[in-house]
Design a protein around this ligand. Structure first.
Ligand code: PLP
Length: 417
């Protein structure tokens, strides 16, 4: 469910016409719906009511300050994967004791920053990292709270690049080694073992990988407890998938219904780190048609958004629905929809059937709120797009479009030139 809809053939974000926003701020522009963002956080809250839980929004999916501020005001925590994300989360008012920190390459500076702010726990990805956390915590004369990220070797049945829980992946500690690693961790002087973490992948459209991996983790939890290792937090990683095209992912409530019975009497606090399902369908990317080029084999609709603004089609072959912002009765064409970047991989859609558009008309790339702007770059020296949030009849800029000066900020010419 989201709040982008057509009224008399015109696309609206809540109560604001998308054309109005494009006229005000130009294109390309990301537009987010406050109502959709709120609704999605609440759907997870409701799915786990009655059971102790923390919803830690995965900041990498969308790290805009205004969006984090909204989630903070709704009581959400954060899942961060870098010092920069930790900084953003804290700055947005997210409580440190609701922040978990994953990632295979935490530096000692990042570790120290997280310890200083007293985050809920580190989700530790290797024994080498654990030793480093122990060392940094010792230097700070404290104990660092940790969970080990356990790789349950379950196939999430998603795109290989966003699948993370198999033996071949760089993430986590193999489940066969878990007991031994927990023994070592619990004997470390400056480490406090508090949890177990797993995250098997993203855009999961079935419940079974969640349930199967949880069962493996729960068996481990029982074994750990029998060894006297106390586990307070069970972090089950990212959330459910979303509908980009015709996927039918489970609703968070279905996830709750399937996993809460398994956790009965476990005495744990559940942590979940949804990203995509919170922000994905709460955002669109609006772009303007520049040219309809007739190639020798196919048509190319060239637009002013490109892979630097939204890279998912290029790197995952991801499908995004693309709609004209103002519907017309013109016929359909089959076309690639591409950006201005000098790469053949710069496309937003391949062989897409779309209503004919004329130069200057607007298109909306749907489901672009997750891993959209947060993966944007300045490739080809393209300023990053503006971001706008809509709430009812109101709308506001939440990130200015970058300027050419922004492109060279921080660069300098050495004296020897
Ligand atoms: C990316 C990531 C998430 C978020 O996954 P979604 O599929 O976007 O919900 C959660 N936890 C970790 C550790 C991640 O790397």
């Amino acid at each position: 469910m989201n709040h982008f809809h057509f009224i008399k053939g015109r696309l609206y974000a809540e109560e604001v016409a998308v054309t109005t926003i494009a006229e005000t701020f130009g294109t390309p522009v990301y537009i987010y719906s406050h109502a959709t963002l709120t609704r999605h956080i609440k759907a997870y809250e409701r799915a786990f009511t009655g059971f102790p839980h923390v919803i830690c929004f995965a900041v990498k999916a969308n790290s805009n300050a205004a969006i984090l501020k909204l989630f903070s005001s709704l009581g959400a925590g954060a899942d961060v994967v870098s010092g920069g994300e930790l900084f953003r989360a804290l700055k947005a008012g997210i409580k440190a004791d609701r922040i978990v920190y994953a990632g295979v390459g935490k530096t000692s500076e990042e570790i120290a920053l997280a310890i200083k702010h007293r985050i809920l726990m580190f989700n530790v990805e290797s024994m080498e990292e654990l030793q480093e956390i122990d060392r940094v915590a010792a230097g700070m004369k404290t104990k660092a709270p940790i969970a080990l990220r356990i790789n349950p070797d379950i196939d999430p049945q998603t795109h290989p690049y966003i699948s993370t829980g198999l033996k071949k992946h760089k993430f986590g500690i193999p489940i066969e080694k878990a007991i031994e690693c927990y023994r070592i961790a619990s004997a470390m002087k400056n480490i406090k073992v508090v949890g177990i973490h797993k995250h098997i992948g993203s855009q999961l459209t079935k419940i079974s990988p969640f349930v199967d991996s949880l069962k493996r983790i729960l068996a481990l939890l029982r074994e750990l407890r029998s060894l006297g290792i106390d586990i307070k937090y069970l972090d089950i990683g990212g959330g459910v998938g979303i509908t980009y095209n015709d996927e039918r992912p489970p609703h968070p409530s279905e996830l709750g219904k399937n996993i809460l019975p398994l956790l009965k009497n476990s005495g744990i606090t559940l942590v979940i780190e949804p990203g995509r399902s919170i922000v994905g369908n709460a955002g669109i990317l609006v772009t303007k048609a520049l040219y309809l080029k007739q190639g020798s084999d196919k048509k190319f609709l060239i637009v002013d958004a490109a892979m630097n603004d939204l890279i998912r089609p290029s790197i995952y072959g991801a499908y995004h629905r693309i709609e004209p912002v103002v519907k017309t009765k013109r016929g359909k064409i089959l076309s690639d929809i591409v950006g201005p970047i000098c790469e053949s991989g710069d496309f937003l859609a391949k062989d897409r059937e779309i209503t004919q558009v004329k130069q200057g008309e607007l298109l909306a790339i749907m489901s672009a709120g997750a891993y959209g702007f947060s993966m944007a770059s300045n490739y080809n020296s393209r300023p990053k797009p503006a971001e706008v949030m809509v709430k009812g009849k109101d709308f506001a800029l939440i990130r200015k479009r970058e300027t050419y000066l922004d492109l060279i900020r921080g660069e300098s010419i050495p004296d020897f030139l």
